[in-house]
Design a protein around this ligand. Structure first.
Ligand code: TRP
Length: 468
């Protein structure tokens, strides 16, 4: 029985290309185009970007290889993969908590992700009806403010996005969406390239470039309040690491679930390199498009989650053909978010359909319904519940979920995955599953997953809570 369920799920992706598309579809999303610019703006630019890139290389990529290899060896949902591998390797059954934690994290992420995807949705319409035409900074701020002030509009788009996600997951066959992504991702890339070109011509490109790539650690390790009083903080390093996990879809089992569908002849190492490169390139291009416009229009780089939705419409409103271009851009952003969000629920749905013998539509409906409910709180964070009486440490429910998942829960999940792969299971499992061509390469990866990645994560945690 279990076998038949398995074979149904596990025959979907026959080629390496299909795995790559799904993984890139998961990785490239709002994290690259919405979140990366906004946190880079908040945490001061260049040095933050450098820390983020180092985290991708030394923590993100090794952990991604670990997630894929565990998934492919386990061939089940992350919860059961962890349980089975722990049993086979005779280590503690508690490792399956990694799978459970991932399910919870995926929920929490989806419940604010869908609200931001909803903004992109709303902006498809705004673009089409010409709301961006001739916008200045103030007008763009007002347009965004009008949207977030309206609980009705936010809830409408949030609901639509959750329904879209649930439908794809319910169908179980992602091939339709994946085929679409084959076209849409390159198109998104081209549109971003055009936007970077526009930012070069019309924005303050030099300043944008300096902001993104001039490494000035003072800015990362100090924060200044409105009165100009600056204090030391290690928080940006935590946020940079958290974002490395978030943008690569790591630490909650999404990539593990996708890895369980990966064919055996595909190389985990080179897939990881390609995924990380594509993801990083898209994020950097988004930064290169946005910051020159931010500076040229007198906007605040640290404006927060609305940054992209305020800066880009100004450009669309001023460029020739901007009405079509802007509409298309936000439409592609919705698609990118869509192919990411399905991976957020995949671990939970895979588990429900495997153990509880629920049908995929039922499982998807349950998960989608719960995420929708949780997401109502995220939507209301911008209006009804935006007041201080609803905030904790100056953060709204939306901010808390965004912060907690990316900066605490995903790195904790990643730490557990690194420790499990590096210490709990012995070296034979990863060695045979990775099948790297050169033994030196394996040793380098093994050293990183055993020592560098876990130590890095722990040090950054200790640093952030002020122990170090
Ligand atoms: N990586 C996606 C983005 O950048 C978001 C995402 C999808 C994600 N699945 C995930 C983040 C799993 C963490 C874990 O938009």
């Amino acid at each position: 029985m279990a076998l038949s369920v398995n074979s149904v799920i596990h025959n979907q992706w026959s080629t390496r290309m299909a795995f790559m598309l799904a993984a890139i579809g998961s990785a490239v999303g709002l994290g690259n185009i919405w979140k990366f610019p906004y946190i880079t703006g908040e945490y001061g630019g260049g040095a933050f970007v450098l820390v983020y890139l180092v985290c991708i290389l030394l923590i993100g990529m090794p952990v991604m290889m670990a997630e894929i290899l565990l998934g492919r060896r386990g061939r089940r949902s992350p919860i059961n993969t962890m349980r089975e591998l722990a049993r086979a390797e005779k280590t503690s059954p508690a490792w399956r908590l990694v799978g459970w934690g991932g399910v919870l994290t995926g929920f929490l992420i989806l419940s604010f992700y869908s609200v931001v995807a909803g903004w992109a949705f709303a902006y498809v319409i705004e673009g089409a009806v010409g709301s961006f035409n001739g916008l200045d900074g103030e007008g763009a701020g007002a347009l965004f403010g009008d949207l977030t002030d309206s609980p009705g509009r936010l809830l409408f788009w949030h609901s639509l996005f959750i329904i879209m996600t649930t439908l794809v997951v319910a169908k179980g066959v992602r091939s339709g969406l994946e085929r679409l992504i084959t076209w849409l991702m390159p198109l998104l890339f081209v549109l971003l390239a055009v936007l970077v070109g526009y930012a070069m011509a019309a924005g303050d490109f030099a300043r944008g470039l300096h902001f993104l790539f001039d490494v000035n650690f003072d800015r990362v390790f100090t924060v200044c309040d409105e009165a100009g009083v600056c204090t030391f903080t290690a928080e940006p390093v935590l946020v940079a690491m958290g974002h490395a996990f978030f943008t690569l879809s790591l630490g909650m089992g999404a990539i593990m679930a996708y890895g369980s569908y990966m064919p055996h002849d595909a190389s985990i190492g080179s897939s990881t390199v390609m995924i990380a490169l594509a993801d990083t390139l898209i994020a950097l291009m988004a930064g290169l498009a946005i910051f020159p416009l931010v500076f040229a229009n007198g906007l605040e780089p640290g404006a927060g989650p609305g940054l992209v939705f305020v800066s880009l419409p100004i450009a669309f409103g001023a460029m020739p053909g901007g009405q079509v271009f802007g509409t298309l851009f936000f439409l592609l952003l919705v698609f990118a978010a869509w192919s990411s969000s399905i991976s957020l629920v995949e671990p939970a749905v895979a588990w429900l359909t495997e153990d509880e013998r629920l049908s995929r539509p039922k499982a998807a409906a349950i998960i989608g319904g719960l995420a929708w409910l949780l997401g109502v709180g995220s939507a209301l964070s911008f209006n009804v519940w935006s007041g201080e009486e609803y905030q904790v440490f100056g953060k709204t429910l939306f901010d808390i979920k965004d912060y907690l998942t990316a900066n605490i829960m995903l790195p904790l999940g990643g730490l557990a995955i690194a420790l499990f792969t590096g210490w709990a299971v012995g070296h034979r499992l990863p060695e045979s599953e990775l099948a790297l061509r050169s033994p030196t390469l394996f040793r380098a990866w093994y050293f990183t997953i055993r020592y560098i990645a876990p130590t890095g994560i722990v040090l950054i945690f200790l640093n952030a809570i002020g122990v170090l």
